[in-house]
Design a protein around this ligand. Structure first.
Ligand code: HEM
Length: 394
């Protein structure tokens, strides 16, 4: 009988063996200690993500509090339901959508080239810390309205806020301190921002937002900025580093990409499918329902095990094979439905530009396997350090 708990050490090391067992033996899995359910199959996660009738995002943050039914005071885009969610998302979307991503692309390319040029002569760089992470933070700053010169401080705060300790489940004291620091910084930024500023950033939208005719407080704006910053920066660099690992493990596919960069968007989808960093996000059941004959009661939390869905053999042929030509009609990496990732277009643009530039300058990079670092966490999994070596360009 398969055992699953999001905090199991096995899940933190390599969750896919347990996920495969769950799909086969217990696709709607009851987690007794949290009185919660975990969904392991693609179709179930896809359907439940789009089901605003039976499930609510209220209180569904990825913390133990959600599983233990503790109320949260967070009121951000990802934790409010329609109809409140609808208008705010519509006003924010233009800053994240395909047109915004296309407009930002030339600056992103410039930043990527600067990062690569700085490190290329040494023949070595860390694909997370020297490349994907600074780019993800600059994109977050540019879209959200943070001063770009604060990016390094922000990198530290976000990184520490996900601090984990062996033997401690969930958040640690270091993590809580970093979250408090980040919250104060973001509230300060929101308070300094004048409502009615030119509409070029998400921050302008938030500053002119109101609820029941009461303008958002600096605290509310700060909470939204935290979501944007963390959403934009914690996931992307990890997904990118894992993708570089897969290309390195499949040199034929890497050579194909170098020879024909028009394959990069498809390859990126496969990278995002194969190694989805966010292990789960959840919903709270607001109306009794049934999934595959299993009754789910009002009030019970439901976890979407996205990486399991992305390796579901009922959705993908040979799901454990990495294949840049796969081109599936849908993947779960950005979710679906009302709360589909707002930054998906930005992430796809960043990933494409990074791959185009990196493979052009360092087509034969080697992963320095003995130096990579994968911290243990139940939540957003991936490499924190990912050094690569290559022949310096002549
Ligand atoms: C590879 C990178 C990324 C991954 C894997 C990812 C994944 C996700 C997932 C799974 C959701 C939740 C979907 C749901 O609950 O149904 C989400 C929501 C969200 N993401 Fe992303 N994301 C990424 C990049 C970004 C970026 C770059 C940004 C911002 C620039 C961003 C901002 C957001 C926001 C604001 C939401 C909440 C949307 C809403 O509730 O309406 N994400 N993301």
């Amino acid at each position: 009988m398969v055992h699953y708990d999001p905090y199991m050490p096995e899940i933190m090391d390599d969750p896919h063996r347990v996920y495969a067992q769950l799909r086969a033996e217990s696709p709607i899995h009851y987690i007794e200690r949290f009185d919660a359910w975990a969904l392991a199959r693609f179709e179930d996660i896809w359907e439940a993500s789009a089901d605003d009738v039976h499930f609510s995002v209220g209180n569904a943050t990825a913390e133990r509090g959600f599983l233990e039914g503790e109320p949260t005071t967070m009121e951000v885009l990802s934790s409010i339901d329609p109809p409140r969610h609808t208008g705010l998302r519509k006003r924010l979307f233009p800053h994240f959508g395909p047109r915004a991503a296309r407009a930002l692309e030339p600056r992103v390319r410039e930043w990527v080239r600067e990062c690569i040029e700085r490190h290329a002569p040494t023949g070595r760089m860390d694909a997370v810390n020297d490349l994907a992470q600074p780019i993800a933070f600059r994109v977050a700053c540019a879209v959200s309205g943070f001063p770009v010169e604060d990016a390094d401080d922000l990198i530290r705060m976000v990184r520490d806020s996900f601090h984990r300790e062996e033997g401690t489940e969930g958040q640690t004291e270091v993590g809580q301190l970093a979250r408090d620091e980040m919250r104060d910084y973001l509230i300060g930024l929101a308070a300094r921002h004048q409502a009615g500023a030119v509409n070029v950033h998400a921050l302008d939208v938030l500053a002119s937002e109101s609820e029941a005719n009461v303008p958002f407080t600096a605290e509310q704006i700060g909470q939204h900025l935290t979501l944007l910053l963390v959403g934009a920066t914690e996931t992307f660099p990890k997904a990118f580093a894992s993708g570089l690992l897969r290309l390195w493990q499949h040199p034929d596919q890497r050579r194909e990409l170098c020879a024909d960069p028009s394959l990069i968007p498809k390859a990126l989808q496969e990278m995002f499918r194969f190694d989805m960093p966010t292990q789960w996000l959840g919903r709270t059941t607001i109306r009794d329902c049934e999934i595959r004959g299993q009754s789910i009661r009002t009030g019970q939390p439901v976890l979407f095990l996205y990486p399991s869905g992305n390796r579901d053999e009922q959705e993908f042929e040979k799901p454990d094979v990495f294949d840049i030509h796969r081109d599936p009609p849908r993947i779960l990496t950005f979710g679906t439905g009302t709360h589909r990732c707002l930054g998906a277009f930005m992430a796809e643009m960043e990933g494409r530009v990074l791959l185009e530039e990196l493979l052009r300058v360092c087509p034969d990079y080697e992963v320095l396997e003995s130096e990579v670092f994968w911290p243990a966490t139940e939540f957003v999994q991936g490499y924190r350090d990912f050094p690569i070596a290559f022949d310096p360009p002549s």
